[in-house]
Design a protein. Structure first.
Length: 135
């Protein structure tokens, strides 16, 4: 797994780590059940404090994306791409998506461009399959 961070971004580093891991899972780079590097090792690899990595991992754990075990470390949950049935997770996702769409609207991005970006991105993930125009 290769993570790229923008140290000059306003987005906190722990959030960038979380986001890149979620993207790696969606892209098929990290599969269900895959081991993640230890917090210390990823901290060394990224030249950041391991507590920052720990904060990202804890966020992913609370979101139900990874499982953390003191002995075996962090692992992508085997059921990560299965519907959770957790209404709280669904509500949180919708809230964050609404905020991103509101930001696109406030910035004056054409709605057709936003829809095309969402369609292309969503159907570009390996398990979605098919051509974006088909859906």
């Amino acid at each position: 797994m290769h993570l790229t961070l923008d140290l000059d971004s306003e987005t906190p580093i722990y959030q960038q780590i979380r986001d890149r891991i979620v993207e790696a899972i969606a892209d098929g780079e990290l599969e269900a059940g895959a081991d993640l590097p230890s917090t210390r090792q990823l901290g060394v690899d990224l030249a950041i404090n391991f507590h920052t990595v720990s904060k990202a991992y804890d966020l992913l754990r609370r979101e139900g994306i990874i499982r953390i075990n003191r002995k075996s470390g962090a692992v992508v949950r085997p059921d990560v791409k299965q519907p959770s049935g957790d209404a709280g997770t669904d509500t949180d996702w919708k809230r964050r998506a609404r905020t991103m769409l509101a930001e696109a609207d406030v910035r004056g991005l054409p709605k057709a461009d936003v829809l095309e970006f969402v369609r292309t991105t969503l159907f570009g993930f390996p398990d979605q399959g098919g051509d974006p125009g088909e859906r």
